[in-house]
Design a protein around this ligand. Structure first.
Ligand code: AMP
Length: 566
């Protein structure tokens, strides 16, 4: 069985393909989204999702979140006395999704299509693929998130050939992509974005307005208070009033205080954020050479596109109402599942060939002759330009620059700066060329970038026909097969917390967190209800446990509310 996985920064989810189309697979708690959080306890028990989130509050040193941002990097995450890379932490999330899918579907899941942001370079894509393999999944295809989203809208619904603009506004990032579906070929034409713009900025507007209204200075708040007010602002943001205003409530000095931010005032405050959104939108359109009116579908992705103000802004910007027929949280996972079905050649799916773009410019360092005939190094010569449709292959000719030059070094770079030193170095190729006069030896350099975003560089000495090729790999994180198998064994030893006990565990962890936060009578009450619940768990009677869990949850809700009123 093959599933589609959206491995997100804050949440992850899986989907599978049925005769009625793609469907989301609920996790062990029956939820559609699994927080991308991992925690490990003293007994080497791994927690993923909501239970990990609860554990993070009490044992922050044993938990990690937001690790997708470090995918493919050398960054190490310390969880208790253990140390993991971002791809290893991601492998726990993937393993948990795989196990939940197997339970739900009643069959083994062996393969997955995993989505990544369009701007992920080859190093990050390979790290994502390895994360899947570490989780015991064959990952034949990594798909770009906007492509997956467009597939969920376009292909499943069997639309005609069209141009899509995918508008993805998540918690902390904004990505915009232009895609073209033409003759069964889906092509990403351009991608652009802002890595520091998302839902959190909108939450801040509501939060700041509230604090100002109640003469509170956020610098004077404790960490615990900051988290509390932020959570209240977040709740208000996700549940606007009928008239579009935001009613934020919180308890200050034991009294419930409320502030209503009208729709109009909110939109005024958000003007700056909307202005920032316009910039990458313009850039993507101009990079793709597409005019707004040529766009057939505006596809919304990411939790923040559920906000009425964002939808209104998008409608105004593009002069039409965006398609909201697919849940913006789920489009990417659904698209990945459809891609999986295409791979399996399911008859009900229209087969398309996917293409992508190379998100950065790739090139090499060259010396340039200045006015006084002096050679100046450190210049960047682009070979594959940003937003070139891939797979792509391009050759450029280069020549020796000195008389009797026998050594040539090809410095492979990625980036947009004119100067080599400002760009990212991906590797080098060294060549020995025949001894000759300057400009007499020609070296043809070919850059080939494939659909899995792997870069191959070939250098050919024209006079001798000698060729040297290099596949760009990330030296630091690349593992040999043996290393990979050894690491898989080590990680397999760490077991994901058993699914049948997960719901109880989440509540017990929440009880533990509240106990740490509470004092006096509430602490005693917590201890009492927790003991009662544990007592029933010990008896192992499933029907009693279900009932007790409900009571325990209600008690925790009540106590949490009381904690802020006292
Ligand atoms: P994502 O990264 O796509 O999971 O999006 C997460 C962001 O979406 C967070 O900032 C959430 O606050 C926001 N979000 C989720 N649901 C809603 C909603 N119903 N209304 C407004 N924002 C939401």
């Amino acid at each position: 069985m093959i599933i589609g996985i959206d491995l997100g920064t804050t949440n992850s989810l899986a989907a599978y393909f049925t005769e009625d189309g793609p469907k989301i697979i609920p996790n062990r708690l029956g939820e559609r989204l699994t927080p991308s959080v991992v925690s490990i306890d003293e007994n080497d028990q791994v927690f993923v999702g909501r239970s990990a989130l609860e554990r993070m509050a009490v044992h922050p040193d044993q938990a990690a979140s937001l690790f997708k941002r470090s995918m493919g990097s050398k960054k190490e995450f310390h969880l208790g006395n253990k140390c993991f890379s971002a791809e290893e932490l991601s492998s726990f999330v993937l393993r948990s999704l795989k196990e939940d899918a197997e339970y739900y579907l009643g069959e083994e899941v062996t393969e997955a299509v995993i989505s990544v942001p369009a701007y992920f370079n080859d190093v990050k894509r390979k790290a994502t693929k390895r994360a899947g393999e570490l989780a015991g999944l064959r990952v034949e295809r990594i798909i770009s998130e906007p492509t997956a989203a467009a597939i969920a809208y376009g292909l499943y619904q069997k639309r005609e050939d069209s141009k899509f603009l995918v508008f993805d506004l998540g918690g902390g990032t904004f990505d915009v992509s232009i895609l073209d579906l033409d003759d069964d070929i889906m092509e990403i034409r351009a991608v652009a974005g802002d890595n520091y713009l998302g839902g959190e900025d909108f939450t801040n507007l509501i939060l700041e307005n509230y604090l100002e209204d109640h003469n509170l200075d956020s610098n004077g708040l404790s960490e615990k208070e900051k988290t509390y007010f932020r959570n209240q602002a977040e709740k208000s943001k996700c549940h606007p009033e009928q008239d579009g205003s935001y009613r934020m409530q919180a308890i200050i000095d034991g009294v419930r205080e409320e502030t209503v931010l009208s729709r109009k005032d909110f939109e005024k405050k958000a003007t700056q954020l909307f202005d920032r959104i316009k910039q990458p939108v313009r850039r993507s359109l101009s990079d793709a050479g597409v005019r707004v009116r040529e766009i057939d579908e505006i596809v919304l992705v990411g939790g923040t596109t559920k906000m009425p103000a964002v939808r209104k802004f998008v409608s105004r910007l593009f002069g039409r109402v965006p398609d909201t027929s697919v849940n913006p949280d789920e489009a990417v996972a659904l698209g990945a599942a459809i891609q999986g079905a295409m791979k399996e050649r399911k008859e009900s799916v229209r087969e398309v060939i996917l293409t992508d773009v190379c998100p950065f410019t790739l090139g090499t360092e060259v010396a340039v002759k200045m006015e006084n005939d002096r050679l100046e190094n450190n210049h960047f010569c682009p070979i594959l330009e940003r937003n070139t449709v891939i797979p792509a292959s391009r050759t450029e000719k280069f020549f020796t620059i000195y008389d009797h030059q026998t050594q040539v070094e090809i410095h492979i770079l990625q980036g947009e700066s004119r100067f080599a030193s400002n760009n990212v170095s991906l590797g080098t190729i060294r060549l020995t060329v025949p001894d000759n006069m300057a400009g007499e030896e020609e070296i043809d350099i070919t850059y080939t970038y494939d659909v899995n975003a792997l870069l191959e560089v070939e250098a050919k000495i024209k006079s001798t026909g000698e060729r040297v090729t290099k596949l760009i790999k990330n030296q630091e994180t690349d593992m040999s097969l043996e290393q990979m198998q050894a690491r898989m064994k080590e990680l397999a030893y760490l077991k994901i917390h058993p699914r049948d006990q997960e719901a109880n565990k989440v509540l017990l962890l929440r009880g533990e967190r509240l106990y740490e936060e509470a004092t006096g009578e509430l602490r005693e009450a917590l201890e009492m209800v927790t003991r009662q619940f544990e007592h029933i768990l010990d008896k192992q009677d499933p029907s009693k446990i279900a009932e007790a869990r409900k009571d325990y949850e209600e008690a925790l809700d009540f106590i949490e509310e009381e904690m802020w009123t006292n």
